[in-house]
Design a binder for this molecule. Structure first.
Ligand code: TXA
Ligand code: MG
Length: 334
């Protein structure tokens, strides 16, 4: 398939929108990561997304809308809590899991009776949804298992030749995917942490918010019968670079020394080493850079990536969620 490379001008966005309206696939920028879009209400179009990504079909898609009013077209009842979250965080990096109306096809929700909905904060994304005239189902625009794409070049690398068009724009500001919050139970529950944190949600809702307990689980999870995250996508091996990756966890100074020692040993053995070290207190920057750093490591032919763990609080917790998965939970305590 020949992929059209589009810019983010209104004329080009219109071309991308026509492709989506006609049942095709257009990748587009959002403020979190690039998404691979299809008409969310067209089952054949959504099926093509799974095929292009090589994604397991029980992993549901997030449905993107361009106005808060569109939520009520996808779910039977918009609660006061949903209103509060929309008011505070949309347009922006938050996905709400809500009961679905029958108009949302099974293939979009992976057969679940709920649907994830988000109004993204990127102007090109909002324009694309508006011009398509339909809600857009969009997972991250990477091959399944690869790091999420935060630049147009990443999307091209993974999906050129597999989809109809790519709207190429700048780097994604946030760099990690949206916070996913399940609003279907009495107590809202975070299924995927993002830059909107548990504390942010609790402040706006003025009540406690739960964390999916699997978010705090560590090794052996992939063979563990108890490991059943509520967001199907959280159970897959994810974000994996080609290189081996080790996370060093401990006091920052000790971790740095251990990384330097390991790096020297590896280089002596003729290996190419890549370091991922973020400064404490720079969690937003870490979120912005993390996926791009994984892809850079692969590009430079690294044999091993040595990374320092971040403090697992606030946004640090969300970045660590990705880092642990990309390393396959290969942790060295120092
Ligand atoms: O920032 C983002 O959310 C990006 C951009 C493109 O918007 N999208 C994204 O989509 O990250 P994806 O498909 O890579 O991740 C969606 C996550 C998966 O873990 C999926 O299992 C979960 O959300 N999810 C979607 N619908 C769900 C539902 N109804 N119930 C539980 N989890 C759901
Ligand atoms: Mg993804």
């Amino acid at each position: 398939m020949k992929t059209k490379f589009l810019s983010d001008t209104i004329e080009d966005i219109r071309v991308g929108a026509e492709i989506i309206a006609g049942g095709g696939l257009t990748a587009f920028p959002t403020e979190t990561v690039y998404g691979l879009g299809a008409d969310a209400l067209n089952p054949e179009a959504v099926a093509k997304v799974y095929a292009a990504k090589g994604r397991p079909s029980d992993n549901p898609m997030i449905v993107h809308i361009s106005s808060k009013d569109d939520l009520s077209k996808l779910t039977p009842r918009v609660t006061a809590d949903m209103e509060k979250l929309m008011e505070a965080f949309w347009p922006g990096p938050m996905t709400m899991i809500v009961p679905r109306l029958p108009v949302v096809p099974d293939v979009t929700t992976g057969g679940l009776e709920t649907v994830g909905v988000r109004m993204p904060g990127h102007p090109a994304a909002l324009e694309l949804i508006r011009l398509s005239g339909c809600p857009i189902a969009a997972p991250s625009a990477n091959l399944s298992g690869r790091p999420s794409p935060t630049t147009a070049a990443h999307v091209i690398e993974d999906l050129a030749g597999r989809i109809d068009a790519i709207i190429c724009s700048g780097d994604c500001q946030v760099g990690i995917e949206s916070s996913v919050i399940d609003m279907t139970a009495d107590m809202p529950m975070i299924l995927r942490p993002g830059i909107i944190t548990k504390e942010d949600f609790e402040r706006v809702l003025r009540k406690p918010v739960a964390l999916d307990p699997t978010l705090n689980k560590r090794p052996d999870m992939f063979n563990n019968e108890d490991f059943k995250p509520k967001a199907p996508g959280m159970k897959y091996k994810h974000y994996a670079p080609k290189a081996e990756m080790i996370i060093f966890e401990g006091e920052p100074e000790a971790a740095r020394r251990a990384i330097e020692a390991e790096s020297a040993t590896r280089e002596d053995a003729g290996q190419k080493v890549c370091l991922i070290l973020f400064d404490g207190g720079e969690e937003r920057e870490a979120a912005h850079d993390f996926f791009a750093r994984l892809r850079e490591a692969d590009e430079t032919g690294a044999d091993v990536i040595l990374a320092a763990a971040l403090c697992e609080e606030g946004i640090g917790f969300s970045v660590m969620n990705r880092m642990l998965k990309s390393a396959g939970y290969n942790i060295r305590k120092v």
